[in-house]
Write a protein that binds this ligand. Structure first.
Ligand SMILES: *Cc1c(COP(=O)(O)O)cnc(C)c1O
Length: 507
């Protein structure tokens, strides 16, 4: 047994998987395999020496040899070590980890769609182009915006696209404006996008309500401001009530209004960003319109654009004429385009899933999605605010924000709290983001969770809060106990990641 109370796994040439109940400790495939073993019977090699001009390999290449069931079990076990939305409740704030309907998966796997190749002649992919066009139509309809750029592979990529279009529009006006304003609660991708495009980011503080401080914001506006990047609903889970006033002020100084639409799930079917004066906004298909996401991908980040910005949209894009659908792919056919941001048309698998999600819900279904997402978040907020500390007064949108004031003087931190939640079988909420509150815990249930699941989560959170307040610090400091590995050195893992296995390397 090791210090974690788990059987120590054998190391060296022939390790086998060990488990504690169903908690799997899985050795690397290199530790399980034997170099001289082969999982299948192959006929003896013919003598190739002559034909390869004497270049035949002399030694082994060190690949592990395992039987077929060993291989299957290894990868199946690894897949089960990954916490997933199919395993249990995943309340990660800012990520919209909703259930991904199996219908979407079925449609994405239809051979006519799954076997497409982006270099096929356009005449053979008319259906696929129509699908992209139809999805674009619904994105424009739901946002009220006249145009949408489809190729971007993630929300952050969408931000880059929208802000590059804004930069191009300014250049077309003969202007170079260097400043981009972003609230201090903004997702890190907002300032990163602005900086990547050469803008200087200036932060707008939040007021006591957790929203943009309008007076400070207006004081920062001037002829050097290119754009504001504003998330709505914002990352504190609150609706920015002054959107129209903000848009008018931004436009009055000749700047653009970029909206981070990652939280569109909270307002889809209810509010059209166009009516709020937005010039460009990305939509994370992988958040609002289901589609699996995690581990950094895959995603899809279409950007809706105003009439003025549409002519700078990236290549390629789909157009329809009397002969059918075709692609505009070359700079000579779209002279003002910002060019290609991605190899091909976009994330086709995501497009299919997102369209399937939209069409199976219908307009009234999407209206209900946002309503239920907001209701579920408020249910959590209302059920926990007597034992935890809610950061802002009043109801929230799709996510509930708490800070660590309720843990003051307990010796328990937000991180400890999140680790203890792992032992209860839940994925932790988002921790320490947004940065505007101390020790943030951001909880987003989404609309797909049942009352029973929410009640189970609430009961666990209440009990943990009570344990922390009654001085049961051990419980937190020893957590997680029920995971294959316990507390990892997260700083070292980020700073000096070991991405390659070397034989005999210490663990
Ligand atoms: C998720 C998110 C992003 C980034 O989207 P990716 O698809 O992860 O690149 C940007 N802003 C906000 C508010 C988000 O929640």
């Amino acid at each position: 047994m090791n210090q974690q109370g788990r059987p120590t796994r054998p190391t060296g040439g022939n390790a086998i998987s060990t488990q504690n109940g169903l908690g799997i400790a899985e050795p690397l495939i290199f530790e399980q395999g034997q170099e001289k073993r082969c999982g299948v019977d192959l006929p003896p090699l013919p003598e190739f020496r002559e034909r390869l001009g004497g270049l035949r390999r002399e030694g082994t290449i060190g690949l592990p040899g395992l039987s077929e069931p060993q291989v299957v079990r290894h990868y199946t076990r690894l897949s089960q070590m990954n916490f997933s939305i199919d395993g249990n409740f995943y309340p990660l704030g800012s990520c919209t980890m909703k259930h991904n309907p199996r219908l979407n998966e079925k449609l994405a796997r239809l051979p006519g769609l799954a076997d497409l190749h982006p270099l096929q002649p356009v005449s053979t992919v008319q259906g696929a182009l129509e699908l992209i066009d139809l999805l674009a139509y619904w994105l424009k309809t739901l946002t009220g915006m006249p145009a949408v750029a489809m190729p971007q592979a993630a929300g952050a990529h969408g931000e880059f696209c929208g802000m590059a279009a804004i930069k191009a529009a300014l250049a077309a006006r003969g202007e170079t404006r260097i400043k981009v304003l972003a609230p201090e609660s903004a997702h890190g991708t907002n300032p990163a996008t602005a900086a990547a495009l050469g803008f200087v980011v200036e932060t707008i503080p939040a007021n006591a309500e957790g929203r943009v401080d309008l007076d400070v914001f207006k004081a920062k506006l001037g002829p050097d401001v290119a754009a504001i990047m504003l998330t709505n609903p914002n990352t504190c889970g609150l609706f920015e009530r002054d959107m129209i006033e903000i848009a008018e002020a931004v436009h009055a100084v000749g700047a653009y209004f970029y909206c981070d639409g990652a939280n569109f799930n909270a307002i889809v079917g209810r509010i059209r960003p166009a009516d709020l004066g937005v010039d460009a906004m990305h939509i994370n298909l992988h958040k609002t319109f289901s589609t699996p996401h995690g581990g950094g991908g895959p995603g899809a980040g279409p950007v809706v654009l105003s009439e003025e910005l549409a002519r700078f949209a990236p290549l390629p894009f789909v157009v329809r004429d009397d002969k059918g659908f075709r692609l505009v792919e070359h700079a000579k056919d779209a002279k003002e385009s910002i060019g290609r941001l991605k190899g091909f048309h976009g994330q086709m698998g995501m497009f299919i899933r997102a369209l399937a999600y939209m069409l199976s819900h219908g307009a009234d279904g999407l209206w209900q999605v946002s309503g239920d997402a907001v209701l579920n978040a408020n249910y959590i907020l209302a059920s926990l605010k007597d034992v935890m500390t809610a950061s802002y007064a009043g109801p929230c949108m799709h996510e509930a924000l708490f800070d660590d004031r309720f843990l003051k003087d307990t010796g328990v931190t937000t991180l400890d709290f999140a680790k203890a939640l792992l032992d209860e079988g839940f994925h932790p909420m988002t921790m320490y983001f947004p940065l505007v509150v101390h020790g943030a815990m951001l909880i987003e249930p989404t609309e797909t969770e049942s009352r029973e699941t929410l009640d189970g989560f609430i009961a666990v959170m209440r009990s943990l809060a009570e344990q922390a307040q009654s001085g049961n610090v051990e419980l937190f400091h020893e957590a997680p106990r029920q995971t294959p590995l316990r507390r990892l050195d997260e700083t070292l893992a980020a700073r000096r990641p070991v991405l390659k296995w070397t034989k005999g390397q210490p663990k």
